[in-house]
Design a protein around this ligand. Structure first.
Ligand code: PLP
Length: 438
């Protein structure tokens, strides 16, 4: 018999689960964006996922463009990754001692991302960026770091900081619980604005340990770098002996096999990895120049460690994912899916006179409800029509398409999204756009 809520409305199983979850889990979720706060309504509870599809507790099927927020680049539950995990499980779950699989993983990462000469495994993207920042500070003996407004690098204290209302300003923490004394070491300027970068380097000349950047911003929708931006960061860092850190937690192995640094042909000093590198298991990594990496313990003085770092099950899954991703032409095909999706959305929006702009790079994409012809900045991303996005999101959900439940997240395609899935998504968007203006 169907359950009813306090207002007497029949509840879906997801709604019922969400009510129950909220009494034992803060907000009913283990990571905030899952709560649908950005779009309203209640989140779907997922029971299984296969290929390009997820299935909710009410047995609805969705074409999924969240892909577990990035890791599922080969589609959900890939049979070879699943088998690699099952094989590894036979030998035990964790040893806290070195294994050969960790060497194979490190060698594979070096092969695919040549700027990485040595790499250390961790268990999340947050750990990767937090550790890379500590390493850059230890290596340079400087305290300040520079990040960009709207770039997300996980939730470590130094990185949960954005600019105040002025452009070039001392860091103001994003969240209670971060001492202002701590946040003041984080400088923040506008993404895609090299003039602001140069100005802040003028001001803090010998104090900036590193610049950390998402080479394609994917946490304020999808914003690729404008021509010359990454090149400019490279030369400013070289000139000022600051460490250039590419946070490729999202872009790594997705924008191209060798990440955004291969796509845009810029070599950072350190790279942070996550998501895809674990094949769906909790894995992160940071790596780069030997002379910097050898500054961490046990060879160097900068401390960094992890009970489950290099976990054998996670390494088996990640390594298999990286092997499968190395298939020739795979990333070209991924990019053509992003391109087709963006072109289809654009054409459908144009047909219904809905102002829309799209961006994509490799296997990630974004769309903006805006009159602007292109979106290059955080400012522009925040000026888009968020109410329209919310309605579009729910219309698409009703059509069986699961987009990120926030206007400030990139979308992800996988190798398992067929041409038909893409076409079905575009047709769904066409009907949703029609509904938006009806
Ligand atoms: N860096 C970037 C660019 C990310 O997109 C994310 C997560 O979305 C992180 C870091 C943090 O990774 P994790 O959620 O695994 O801690």
């Amino acid at each position: 018999s169907a359950k009813v809520n306090q207002k007497g409305h029949i509840m879906t199983i997801s709604q019922d689960l969400f009510e129950r979850a909220q009494s034992s889990i803060p907000g009913g979720v283990n990571s905030p964006v899952r709560a649908f706060n950005g779009v309203g309504g209640t989140p779907l509870f997922i029971t299984k996922a296969q290929g390009p599809f997820t299935y909710d507790a009410d047995n609805n099927r969705y074409i999924d463009y969240v892909g577990s927020w990035g890791p599922m680049i080969l589609g959900h539950n890939h049979p070879q990754i699943k088998q690699a995990v099952l094989d590894a499980v036979e030998n035990g779950l964790s040893y806290g001692a070195p294994t050969e699989t960790e060497i194979l993983m490190a060698e594979k990462v070096k092969e695919l991302v040549p700027s990485i000469e040595k790499v250390r495994m961790v268990s999340s993207g947050t750990e990767a960026t937090m550790s890379a920042i500590r390493l850059a500070r230890g290596f340079t003996g400087r305290d300040k770091i520079l990040k960009f407004e709207g770039c997300y690098h996980g939730h470590a204290d130094s990185l949960l900081v954005k600019a105040g209302s002025g452009a070039l300003t001392m860091g103001v923490p994003n969240s209670p619980g971060i001492p202002a004394d701590f946040a003041k070491h984080t400088l923040t300027v506008s993404f895609n604005n090299l003039d602001e970068v140069k100005a802040i380097f003028e001001q803090y000349r010998d104090q900036i340990a590193c610049v950390i950047v998402e080479p394609v911003a994917g946490n304020m929708n999808c914003i690729p770098p404008v021509a010359g931006f990454l090149e400019g960061l490279r030369s400013v860092c070289t000139d000022n002996k600051s460490v250039l850190i590419f946070d490729e937690v999202m872009t790594g192995f997705r924008v191209a096999l060798g990440g955004a640094q291969q796509y845009y042909k810029i070599e950072p000093d350190l790279t942070c990895l996550g998501k895809v590198i674990g094949g769906g298991m909790p894995v992160g990594a940071f790596g780069g120049k030997k002379e910097i990496m050898d500054f961490i313990a046990p060879v160097g003085p900068v401390y960094q460690a992890g009970t489950l770092s290099g976990n054998p099950i996670a390494m088996a899954a990640g390594l298999k994912a990286l092997e499968l991703l190395s298939a020739p032409g795979l990333h070209e095909s991924l990019e053509s899916k992003s391109k087709a999706l963006c072109a289809g959305f654009q054409a459908a929006a144009d047909k219904h006179n809905i102002p829309l702009t799209t961006n994509y790079a490799g296997g990630m994409f974004g769309f903006f409800f805006t009159d602007a012809k292109r979106v290059d900045s955080y400012q522009q991303a925040t000026e888009c029509d968020l109410e329209r996005f919310k309605r579009f999101f729910h219309l698409m959900l009703e059509e069986g398409v699961y987009l990120a439940p926030s206007a400030f997240e990139a979308g992800f395609v996988s190798t398992m999204h067929s041409d038909q899935d893409i076409e079905d998504t575009i047709q769904a968007a066409d009907r949703a756009f029609a509904n938006l203006v009806a």
